[in-house]
Design a protein around this ligand. Structure first.
Ligand code: SAM
Length: 207
């Protein structure tokens, strides 16, 4: 990725994504998780302070090694052990049915093949486990969606592969999950960058 993608962008995201409004969303999305959590796109560990007390272990996945360094203080300040287990959510080096929860915050926009990442999330979840997510993606408003489609090629280049035009709810459901909570809203302006999908999706229990 080069110096910009490897060094500059992770530090910039660490600063941009820690505001009070973002922390409120993180707390809501992390609420209710217990046991083993696998977090895809762990970044600089900005969710660590929000893991509920019932979380016993976190398996972290992210290709950005500078994020791991930025996360060190947050991890040290929290009781939950965090283990870096992989660099690519599209091919998780973890056995099936390992995790009670999978967490993803503003990550599916960046992963080259989000369908594959969601299939992997589904595989590593135990039956009855849940995928907690907040992501930005395609707006249902045609005017906004048109802008999102136009901007995405440039945005991808500037913001580490980030797509503005992914249909997140469809992708989650397409991986076999049952979506049990979904809230859509514009989080940030411009609206093309802020249309949000926040929710919970369950891997159904085996029949
Ligand atoms: C916008 S940042 C969000 C970081 C973090 N989830 C947060 O909420 O602060 C997107 C993250 O996805 C990570 N990422 C990119 N490609 C990935 C992949 N194939 N597998 C897992 N994570 C990936 C990036 O390194 C980056 O840390």
């Amino acid at each position: 990725m080069g110096v910009y993608g490897d060094q500059v962008l992770p530090r910039a995201l660490d600063l941009w994504m820690r505001g009070a409004d973002v922390r409120q969303v993180r707390a809501r999305v992390a609420a209710g998780m217990t046991g083993v959590v696998l977090e895809i796109g762990f970044g600089s560990g900005l969710n660590v302070p929000h893991y509920p007390a019932g979380v016993t272990r976190v398996l972290a996945v992210d290709p950005a090694t500078v994020g791991q360094r930025l996360a060190a203080t947050r991890i040290a300040a929290h009781a939950v052990p965090v283990e870096f287990v992989g660099t690519d959510a599209q091919a998780l080096p973890v056995a099936g049915a390992t995790a009670d929860f999978v967490l993803s915050t503003w990550t599916l926009c960046t992963i080259p093949d989000p369908g594959r990442a969601l299939a992997e999330a589904y595989r590593v979840l135990r039956p009855g486990g849940a995928f907690h997510f907040v992501e930005h993606g395609l707006s249902p408003e045609l005017r906004v969606a048109r802008v999102q489609r136009r901007l995405t090629p440039l945005h991808r280049r500037v913001v580490g592969g980030c797509h503005l035009d992914r249909r997140i709810a469809d992708l989650v459901a397409g991986a076999g999950f049952r979506v049990t909570r979904l809230e859509n809203y514009y989080f940030h302006r411009p609206r093309a960058m802020g249309y949000t999908y926040e929710g919970v999706a369950i891997k159904p229990d085996a029949a």
